[in-house]
Design a protein around this ligand. Structure first.
Ligand SMILES: Cc1cc2nc3c(=O)[nH]c(=O)nc-3n(C[C@H](O)[C@H](O)[C@H](O)COP(=O)(O)OP(=O)(O)OC[C@H]3O[C@@H](n4cnc5c(N)ncnc54)[C@H](O)[C@@H]3O)c2cc1C
Ligand SMILES: *[C@@H]1O[C@H](CO)[C@@H](O)[C@H](O)[C@H]1NC(C)=O
Ligand SMILES: *[C@@H]1O[C@H](CO)[C@@H](O)[C@H](O)[C@H]1NC(C)=O
Ligand SMILES: *[C@@H]1O[C@H](CO)[C@@H](O)[C@H](O)[C@H]1NC(C)=O
Ligand SMILES: *[C@@H]1O[C@H](CO)[C@@H](O)[C@H](O)[C@H]1NC(C)=O
Ligand SMILES: *[C@@H]1O[C@H](CO)[C@@H](O)[C@H](O)[C@H]1NC(C)=O
Ligand SMILES: *[C@@H]1O[C@H](CO)[C@@H](O)[C@H](O)[C@H]1NC(C)=O
Ligand SMILES: *[C@@H]1O[C@H](CO)[C@@H](O)[C@H](O)[C@H]1NC(C)=O
Ligand SMILES: *[C@@H]1O[C@H](CO)[C@@H](O)[C@H](O)[C@H]1NC(C)=O
Ligand SMILES: *[C@@H]1O[C@H](CO)[C@@H](O)[C@H](O)[C@H]1NC(C)=O
Ligand SMILES: *[C@@H]1O[C@H](CO)[C@@H](O)[C@H](O)[C@H]1NC(C)=O
Ligand SMILES: *[C@@H]1O[C@H](CO)[C@@H](O)[C@H](O)[C@H]1NC(C)=O
Length: 558
């Protein structure tokens, strides 16, 4: 599958039903005048699965079979989800998890009628109103509105966030919608950079770069945004071992800060903001309208695709091979993902025969299990099309993550590797491991140039654990799953004191999140937050300057 371009499903819902309760802070006149200010472009947030339901926000409606079938067929399609304001990649964030207000299909079988017979459809965490951002003045209008009315503001780009930060129940939302028809600037041989509008996703950025014979460093998926949460929160790529994180490669942001000023942030202009935006996280300092990324001359990669069928007995010895050899693989320039019984890695540093030799232990193991191993040479774009679109993380299924940056030092000793194996065996009791070999191992980092935790610079893996959350899980079950993720992640924390976690892929209930995500950079980040957003018009869960879970914005967290 390459691209499915489906028409946007836009259904209008009656406003009167939830106007007063959803917006105690703004009057109907306020909304109408907001709508007039932006030329009638205020839109109603429609839940993606709504066409399948008979009761929507308390009102009886008729089911639209055509639209419902479309949602069912595309429930797991990132390209479908990214084109809908009312769809999140992890559907639990469309709901109000604490109250159970939801409008979900059964992600294991989207045609399962239980989803719409046992439940009504309700607005959940999808904003009743949103503005599809066209330009800077839309953002300025939204900041003014939120400042005068007190209605919270949320910012959604692609809706990939694992921690629910792209929405807030009852908020006015700014949607930076997916835009495949962008015109990057500055991509010439004399100036090796690409400027991307905020709506540009990775797949389109890669394709454009390929056409211009350069390689841009973004992540392992089609539709995550190049200029949003990913790059502000750190941004790992399987090319990061050689070329650095997203935050290492961005040269400039253009951003509307909460005072309404459109600013440029780079090494010379607003350098404090530039530093904070490189690791301090999305949704915190302003709305980024575009980013400029350094690009590399087109890279040629050796690709390793190694896989076998897991049994009840062969996973631990596989993980032992992987744990024993990951550090030398990292030094050979390999970056990639190790998900369950499969490894997909790339390196620009080796020749084909060197790559075969370097990966020999993994190849031998997979073959001993009657698996398969392919080592081949591809450009980044060929690699992306052939491997990533089929192996990228699933969407359309509720997911809870916990991660930890695993220090290089653990891989250097027998004892350290045994500790890693012990944690991996605990993880395997619940789910397959997911290991990202995407830390900037070989990258020549200038100390202090970015604000994400320095633990990235001393780590080899981002290790992660995840649990699936179902459409019909009760509140008690959801709470238990989140707790379990925190507990299993704790085993990773226990063997890596002083390390950290990835802000974008952290435990929703990360203990001491300030230290985990930012380490010694946190106090300075708070100063930048207070300077540019003293009124806290932008706040999100465990973000810089977070004032705790009590805010009504967080009423849907369990
Ligand atoms: C399937 C999948 C694959 C992934 N793969 C990778 C990967 O390979 N590497 C990696 O590092 N991460 C990966 N991630 C994690 C990803 O980095 C985060 O989900 C990230 O938050 C997505 O950012 P977004 O802007 O696309 O999404 P959103 O969910 O829309 O936004 C995320 C956060 O950023 C804020 N934000 C978005 N746009 C702006 C803007 N223009 N200005 C200000 N704030 C903004 C939002 O308010 C929200 O707080 C993946 C996630 C998923 C679901
Ligand atoms: C905003 O105004 C336009 C034009 O008057 C109207 O069509 C639209 O329904 C309004 N939006 C909302 C959310 O009411
Ligand atoms: C039902 O959905 C289809 C496809 O999304 C749309 O074209 C059609 O107008 C909808 N019908 C009604 C009655 O809303
Ligand atoms: C922003 O976009 C809107 C809608 O396209 C348009 O009406 C408005 O004039 C634009 N404003 C600026 C400053 O370009
Ligand atoms: C997409 O981006 C281009 C600028 O790169 C802009 O001209 C166009 O209006 C955008 N389209 C949408 C739908 O936002
Ligand atoms: C890219 O490289 C190819 C082959 O070397 C060349 O034909 C083409 O003109 C180049 N394209 C650009 C945009 O530089
Ligand atoms: C991993 O390394 C340890 C020694 O550190 C060794 O005992 C073990 O046999 C190795 N396992 C594999 C599968 O390579
Ligand atoms: C691999 O296949 C051979 C031949 O079918 C079989 O005998 C052997 O048991 C298999 N090995 C494993 C580990 O599955
Ligand atoms: C896994 O097993 C299935 C069914 O026996 C087989 O078709 C497939 O090729 C195997 N995959 C690998 C990677 O060994
Ligand atoms: C980076 O700089 C900080 C602050 O100046 C210092 O404490 C730290 O030791 C430096 N780290 C490295 C690896 O040089
Ligand atoms: C949830 O739904 C699935 C699929 O319909 C069903 O098998 C399961 O029993 C349900 N679980 C609960 C707790 O209702
Ligand atoms: C998590 O750990 C705590 C403390 O060890 C324990 O009380 C709790 O039962 C555990 N919860 C789950 C869901 O594993």
């Amino acid at each position: 599958m390459y691209r499915i371009q489906l028409p946007k499903v836009i259904l209008w819902i009656g406003l009167s039903g939830f106007w007063p309760s959803a917006f105690p802070l703004a009057t109907p006149d306020d909304w109408q005048s907001l709508n007039e200010t932006i030329g009638g472009r205020l839109q109603a947030g429609v839940l993606v699965s709504q066409p399948c339901f008979l009761v929507v926000n308390g009102q009886h409606v008729s089911v639209n079979q055509t639209a419902c079938a479309e949602v069912q067929q595309n429930y797991h399609s990132p390209l479908f989800r990214v084109s809908n304001y009312g769809a999140w990649m992890q559907p639990q964030w469309e709901t109000c998890q604490r109250t159970g207000e939801q409008c979900l299909l059964d992600s294991t079988t989207p045609t399962d009628p239980l989803a719409w017979t046992a439940y009504d459809c309700s607005q959940g965490s999808i904003s009743p109103y949103y503005i599809e951002v066209q330009n800077v003045s839309d953002v300025q209008v939204a900041f003014r509105f939120t400042s005068t009315t007190g209605v919270p503001l949320s910012i959604k780009n692609t809706g990939h966030d694992y921690k629910g930060r792209a929405g807030a129940k009852g908020s006015l939302a700014l949607w930076i919608s997916y835009n495949a028809t962008f015109t990057p600037e500055g991509c010439t041989t004399s100036y090796n950079a690409m400027t991307l509008g905020a709506g540009v996703g990775w797949q389109d950025a890669y394709q454009f770069a390929d056409k211009h014979n350069v390689t841009i460093v973004c992540g392992y998926h089609q539709t995550v945004g190049s200029s949003g949460g990913w790059v502000m929160g750190g941004g790992h790529s399987i090319l990061s071992p050689n070329y650095g994180l997203g935050i290492d490669r961005v040269l400039q942001f253009k951003i509307v800060t909460p005072d309404g000023i459109y600013r440029t942030a780079n090494d010379r202009e607003n350098p404090d903001l530039f530093w904070a935006l490189r690791g301090g996280g999305g949704g915190t300092f302003g709305i980024v309208m575009e980013t400029t990324h350094r690009v590399e001359p087109a890279v040629t990669l050796q690709v390793a695709d190694i896989t076998f069928n897991a049994t009840s007995t062969n996973m631990l010895s596989w993980l032992e091979v992987v744990t024993n050899h990951s550090l030398e693989w990292g030094r050979d320039g390999w970056g990639g993902h190790i998900a369950g019984p499969s490894l997909i890695h790339v390196t620009p540093k080796l020749s084909l025969s060197e790559a075969l030799e370097s990966m020999a232990p993994a190849i031998e193991y997979a073959l001993s299990q009657n698996g398969t191993a392919v080592i081949e040479t591809l450009t980044w774009w060929r690699f992306f099309q052939k491997y990533v679109t089929g192996a990228q993380a699933a969407v359309g299924t509720g997911n809870i993550l916990g991660t930890r940056l695993m220090p290089i030092s653990l891989f250097e000793t027998t004892e350290g590797r045994a500790q890693i194996m012990n944690v991996l065996s605990i993880i395997l009791d619940y789910a397959n491991q997911y290991i990202v070999a995407g830390t900037p191992l070989l990258y020549d980092y200038k100390n202090g140039s970015t604000s994400a935790t320095p633990a990235w610079r001393n780590s080899l893996w981002l290790m992660s654990f995840h649990m699936v959350i179902n459409f019909n899980d009760t509140l008690a079950v959801k709470q238990q799953k989140y707790r379990l993720v925190t507990n299993v992640t704790q085993h990773m924390r226990d063997i890596s004191p002083g390390s950290g976690a990835y802000f974008n892929e952290g435990d929703v209930y990360e203990p001491n999140h300030e230290t985990s995500y930012w380490g010694p950079n946190y106090p300075q980040l708070v100063q930048v937050k207070e300077k540019y957003d003293p009124e806290h018009l932008l706040d999100c869960w465990q973000c810089v300057g977070w004032r705790g879970a009590d805010d009504s914005r967080y009423s849907c967290y369990v």
